[in-house]
Design a protein around this ligand. Structure first.
Ligand SMILES: C[S@@+](CC[C@H](N)C(=O)[O-])C[C@H]1O[C@@H](n2cnc3c(N)ncnc32)[C@H](O)[C@@H]1O
Length: 479
């Protein structure tokens, strides 16, 4: 085929093949990572879109490779050579692709192979070979090598959003050169099921990596988790080369003591702690420390200090939300007889979130990110319930549904303004607002919905067993 010669544009078009889980988290992840590497996310698709395909305009292949070294939401990236609604349109589109951008991958002394990827339809081997034959209009000159090809080309076909009712013909067809795969393997290799030290609320590995990516964690950063638990969020940050530290109010968790969370194990064994988790993955050198401390009482002198704060605060579902009490605070509440001074007080959810934002505003470096989970009662959710702070800009807000009436939202914020004297009162104002106070009743709403549903479905005992059989059922806590 004789191809017209056209000069290549400065920005090249890339096609990203996205994974089909955690759909809401995918575009913000890619956007965050591109901003880390100086690129822009120009995708016009709706962020809520379930389509596994998204387009990027990038200045270099190197940027595409950097992106794929980090993403757990994307499977692969391709240099897009052509796309259309039919093979004929694909051919016409390829004719418009600049020859000089193709020629070095089509040399007679090179090897290549063509693979087919279909979304929502399975093709037989024969059908695949037929499709490869149709691609004869691509001016391949090299030799086919199925085992070890220098250049891998892909024909990708989208059969629409209905897996059980796929279209006869594809909705859209893409052709491009494979560049790199993403980091989906990390989800398995860092799985909590195989982790040395786990607890009832250890963060799922995939979501933990997504949080680190939304937080733009990078090598040599200092990352902090104020509610560190078993350190499930420190692990991906250390994997990306950041130094990690945290605080935790529970003595047993910090010291790896007490009852084990794992099935078939009664007590935690020796050396079950966060440092050992990092050691398990060869990341011990990134461990700074974990302190037995109350996140509501700041212990840090230097400010700003952290490049990112990545955390999963307690929601009070199967663990209490607690903070240490001072004698003054306790006297104020007048709930206790004078003779009784409790060590810990209830820590209201609205206070947890306003303290967290205020802390992030004060202790994050400018440009640093706060990523955290906010539990919400879905029937009452509006964007107004998302806590705000004058120093922090909301970057993304992605929902993970937990039940018909509850979900949690991964909130990403960026410090955009220096913390000044008056900003320290922002949280007082906010935590008094009615919208934020609504967070305090999450626990009651969670259980009232649960009780009604259990009564309806008549399966009270098994309600939460489905989420993970490696954790003792009575201990299991996703939120
Ligand atoms: C949802 S869990 C965090 C789980 C953690 N991301 C992991 O992967 O294991 C919340 C943690 O916050 C701790 N916590 C509760 N109140 C606290 C406080 N005031 N200060 C510090 N930690 C607190 C709890 O003991 C619990 O371990």
């Amino acid at each position: 085929m004789a191809l017209p010669c056209r000069s290549a544009a400065t920005l090249k078009k890339y096609l990203v093949l996205l994974a089909q889980d955690s759909c809401e988290f995918r575009h913000p992840e890619i956007k965050s990572l591109l901003s880390l590497y100086g690129g822009h996310f120009s995708n016009t698709q709706d962020a809520q879109s379930k389509s596994p395909f998204c387009f990027l305009q990038l200045p270099s292949e190197e940027m595409a490779r950097k992106l794929m070294k980090r993403t757990v939401c994307a499977k692969s990236v391709f240099e897009l050579w052509a796309h259309g609604k039919s093979m004929e349109e694909l051919k016409q589109s390829l004719e418009r692709y600049p020859l000089e951008s193709m020629v070095s991958y089509l040399q007679p002394n090179s090897t290549y192979k063509i693979s087919i990827h279909t979304f929502n339809k399975t093709l037989s081997q024969k059908e695949k070979l037929n499709k490869i034959d149709v691609l004869e209009f691509v001016p391949f000159r090299g030799k086919v090598n199925l085992q070890n090809a220098e250049h891998i080309f892909y024909l990708l076909e989208d059969y629409g959003p209905e897996p059980n009712n796929p279209r006869k013909e594809p909705l859209q067809i893409f052709f491009g050169r494979w560049i790199a795969d993403g980091q989906r393997d990390l989800i398995n290799s860092y799985s909590v099921k195989k982790r040395h030290f786990i607890g009832n609320t250890s963060m799922d590995a995939g979501l933990a990596f997504i949080m680190a990516n939304h937080g733009r964690v990078k090598p040599n950063d200092l990352v902090f988790d104020p509610f560190v638990g078993t350190g499930g969020l420190l692990v991906p940050c250390a994997h990306f080369g950041a130094y990690v530290c945290g605080t935790e109010i529970d003595y047993n968790t910090v010291h790896g003591l007490g009852k084990a969370s794992r099935m078939n194990q009664k007590w935690r064994g020796p050396d079950e702690n966060i440092r050992a988790n990092l050691r398990q993955y060869g990341l011990e050198k990134y461990y700074v420390d974990v302190l037995l401390s109350d996140a509501s009482k700041s212990i840090w002198r230097k400010r700003p200090l952290f490049d990112a704060i990545i955390t999963d605060p307690p929601y009070g579902i199967r663990e209490s939300t607690r903070k240490t009490g001072t004698q003054k605070e306790i006297m104020k509440t007048e709930l206790f007889p004078e003779s009784h001074i409790p060590v810990q007080l209830n820590y209201h959810l609205s206070d947890i979130f306003s303290d967290l934002l205020n802390f992030a505003a004060e202790f994050l470096n400018t440009g640093g990110r706060l990523v955290y989970w906010l539990p919400v009662y879905r029937p009452e959710y509006t964007e107004e319930v998302i806590p705000q702070h004058p120093c922090l800009k909301l970057i993304s807000n992605c929902e993970q549904t937990l039940s018909s009436h509850t979900s949690r939202r991964m909130i990403t914020m960026e410090k955009v303004k220096e913390f000044e004297g008056e900003d320290q009162f922002a949280h007082v104002k906010d935590s008094q607002s009615m919208q934020y106070k609504g967070h305090n009743s999450f626990r009651e709403k969670y259980f009232s919905g649960l009780t009604k549903r259990m009564a309806r479905e008549g399966k009270a005992k098994n309600e939460e067993a489905s989420t993970g059989n490696y954790i003792r059922q009575e201990n299991r806590q996703d939120i």
